[in-house]
Design a protein around this ligand. Structure first.
Ligand code: FAQ
Length: 314
């Protein structure tokens, strides 16, 4: 008899391109892999609010401030969709947050760099959201249903974020010499860490094997990084920014850009906790999480009261 609760049956469903739903059978490794990736993705969205939040009060116009506020609220929302989707795998929000605070769970390398001036807000939107979209468009077809559906929604909002950043860069490049220099400096500082967002090269990526087998990853780290580079070079040219990579050149045979070596020592340092802003980001998250405890308690008390009322009237 055919066993629906077997790894073979599960793999067949994956190979047929079916989506896996929360109550379906799944191997323990698949569940763990998803909890790791989805919770780290959620943490990245939420920690990613910090470098931008730094500039809300200093945005150069009311329009810029409104747009930035809306964008940062979106990031918070993305974190919530992802935490909820991860909870369907049997982990609680508290446990995920605890893993973040104790350093068991990572978040994207990129959010450990400082946002020094307004041009950085342009570079974050253009490059960081630009890299995030390339990865997330691919994840729309990931095999776990709740993750895939969260990605569809997130991608719609993320493309507006990318344009918000590109517009800031384009306006600065039409400005004074000083403004152009600021935009170029931001590009120089954010380019390499953005390339690192895609993770280590495929041959050094321990999770890729399972991720591809289970169709959690539909394209590899290097494939997505290459897509991002090819797209961004053209956008930089249009507004007059120079690519900060002397080894970048068009490869006619491969029909894509070859790029210079990525500093993986820096990447490893940053994801191990030793980047320019790791301590600040975590201290900030812990402080506001603790200060928000009464809000969570009030929500729980309200829920209990409502349930009690419903039971009495039922
Ligand atoms: N940063 O074997 P792999 C955003 C770790 S959303 C930190 O290749 P995998 C929106 C990896 O976890 C940005 N750590 O791993 C926004 C693993 O360590 P572990 C977030 C990284 O999972 C914009 C180890 O290295 N997006 O920006 C990174 O197969 C603006 C070995 O790596 C996502 O999370 C990194 N960049 O591939 C918000 C997308 N890369 O866990 C605000 C979903 C690798 O064993 C403002 N995630 N590591 O301790 C993914 O697609 C994958 O998890 C990868 C990594 C591609 C990130």
């Amino acid at each position: 008899m055919h066993n629906e609760h077997s790894d073979e049956h599960f793999q067949k469903r994956i190979d047929n391109g079916e989506y896996i739903e929360p109550r379906d059978y799944m191997p323990e490794g698949y569940r763990k892999h998803l909890i790791r990736q989805m919770s780290q993705h959620a943490h990245s969205e939420v920690i990613g609010m910090q470098p931008e939040g730094n500039w809300i009060t200093r945005a150069p116009s009311l329009r810029a401030k409104q747009i930035l506020l809306a964008k940062i609220q979106d990031e918070g929302g993305h974190g919530l969709y992802l935490y909820s989707a991860a909870e369907t795998l049997g982990i609680s929000r508290e446990e995920m947050i605890d893993n973040l605070h104790t350093g068991k769970a990572k978040y994207s390398n990129i959010f450990n760099y400082p946002s020094l001036n307004w041009a950085d807000i342009g570079a974050i939107g253009w490059l960081v959201d630009g890299a995030a979209i390339v990865n997330q468009v691919s994840l729309q077809r990931t095999s776990y249903g709740p993750y895939s559906r969260a990605m569809v929604r997130i991608c719609k909002e993320e493309s507006f974020h990318q344009r918000q950043g590109y517009e800031i860069m384009a306006i600065m490049m039409r400005g004074t010499k000083e403004q152009q220099a600021m935009a170029q400096d931001a590009m120089n500082r954010w380019w390499w860490p953005s390339l690192m967002m895609f993770g280590p090269h495929d041959i050094d990526s321990p999770h890729t094997g399972d991720a591809v087998k289970w169709r959690i990853k539909r394209e590899s780290n290097d494939t997505l990084r290459q897509k991002f580079i090819d797209k961004t070079v053209q956008q930089a040219e249009v507004i007059g920014l120079k690519m900060p990579d002397p080894d970048l050149k068009w490869n006619e045979a491969k029909q894509c850009y070859d790029h210079g070596a990525i500093n993986w020592d820096e990447f490893k340092r940053v994801i191990k906790g030793d980047g320019p802003c790791n301590k600040q980001r975590m201290a900030h998250h812990i402080k506001y999480h603790n200060e928000g405890e009464w809000v969570r308690e009030a929500a729980e008390a309200f829920k209990a009261k409502k349930l009690q009322k419903e039971l009495v009237t039922a």
